[in-house]
Design a protein around this ligand. Structure first.
Ligand code: F6P
Length: 359
């Protein structure tokens, strides 16, 4: 008997179900021995508190196209994983016990950055772990692509497409706040696809005067509107010069709900122009996965299934230089794949006339 536990951890994204279906189909279609799949509910919490159920064929029927996760998810921050819970329970020990109680041969974890730190810890603690890279942020180290990202780019781009018509009718400045606190792949790609004139990213601190210069230059050229894609974690040059502690203090005192509103206010004060902010928020993580994500997640699932059948553990399945690869968990955990401000895509965007508010 081959026994596999599966969980989805952290923020949800599109194609989690497609990926799990890929693992399930691959293992059940190709295993020489009987297989049991257990689904842990709400991420690592399901393992800590022994909330799980046996997964059956029907659980995986008709889920390829469905967003969200059939298992539920939650955030269990890695920094608290070694701290006992409110009742004094040792979370790591509890997860190990659940794994042993179910006599699992492997745990399959679908997650992003923080979740990979926990997966690596469990692997170091002796559990057989295989992971799949999920996140709309595409910021996981060790893979060029994560599933969920392409669908989120579609959603954010559609939002920008729709704003374009109103921006042009009214001759306004529109800010679209795109998800991405630490890393800007999503705002960058949606910004380019959505024809943004200015893109503000966490990796490239902006100068508000440069942002205003770009808007005024467009005005002089007779353009009626400007579209700005602002990452949730966009940061001004002055704020980037602050220490982390000082910046946190400043944010806590801020009168603005997010950086976009601060940018909007500054533009209004400096230009007198009408500025509007649109925040697509969690719609970027929702809805059906696009065909790219369905294919990609299914392929990742198949590769993960094959690793399980071959009894190869301790890896994340990733995609590098157009090849599916297995990356040791220790290499993935704790690292972010950020945008290099000198990257080709940034230079190309600048050639296209997109401003990042930096020069
Ligand atoms: O990591 C995915 C993500 O959607 C980020 O882009 C965003 O900053 C964050 O999660 C939002 O988290 P939550 O759903 O907990 O508000």
């Amino acid at each position: 008997m081959l026994r596999i536990g599966m969980l989805t951890s952290g923020g949800d994204c599109q194609a989690l179900n497609a990926a799990m279906r890929g693992v399930y189909k691959t293992v059940t279609n190709n295993s020489k021995e009987p297989v049991e799949f257990y689904g842990f509910e709400d991420g690592y919490k399901g393992m800590i508190y022994s909330h799980f159920h046996l997964l059956k064929d029907e659980d995986f029927t008709n889920i390829l196209t469905i967003g969200g996760t059939i298992l539920g998810t939650s955030r269990v921050p890695f920094k608290t994983i070694r701290e006992p819970d409110a009742k004094g329970l040792d979370k790591v020990e509890a997860m190990k016990q659940t794994y042993r109680k179910l006599q699992l041969d492997c745990l399959v974890m679908l997650g992003g950055n923080g979740s990979h730190k926990t997966a690596n810890l469990l692997s170091e603690e002796g559990l057989n772990v295989i992971t799949l890279p999920k996140t709309i942020d595409n910021d996981l180290w060790g893979t060029d692509m994560t599933f969920g990202f392409q669908t989120a780019v579609d959603v954010a781009t559609r939002c920008m497409d729709e704003i374009h018509t109103t921006a042009s009718s009214h001759g306004r400045v529109f800010i679209i706040e795109v998800m991405g606190h630490k890393v800007g792949w999503l705002p960058l790609n949606a910004g380019i696809a959505g024809g943004a004139d200015i893109i503000l990213l966490p990796e490239i601190p902006y100068d508000i005067d440069k942002v205003v210069e770009t808007i005024e230059k467009r005005d002089r050229a007779g353009k009626r509107f400007s579209i700005i894609a602002v990452a949730e974690g966009a940061i001004s040059k002055e704020d980037a010069a602050l220490s982390k502690k000082e910046y946190k203090k400043k944010l806590a005192k801020s009168e603005y709900p997010s950086v976009s509103y601060e940018v909007a206010d500054q533009i209004f004060k400096k230009t007198g122009k009408e500025v509007r902010v649109t925040v697509p928020g969690h719609t970027q993580r929702g809805g059906a996965p696009c065909p790219y994500d369905r294919v990609f997640a299914s392929r990742l699932g198949a590769e993960a299934g094959k690793l399980i059948l071959d009894r190869e553990f301790g890896f994340m399945v990733g995609y590098k230089n157009r090849e599916m690869v297995k990356v040791p968990l220790a290499e993935v955990a704790g690292k972010l794949k950020t945008i290099d401000p000198e990257a080709r895509i940034i230079k190309e965007s600048k050639l296209l006339g997109i401003s990042f508010g930096d020069e």
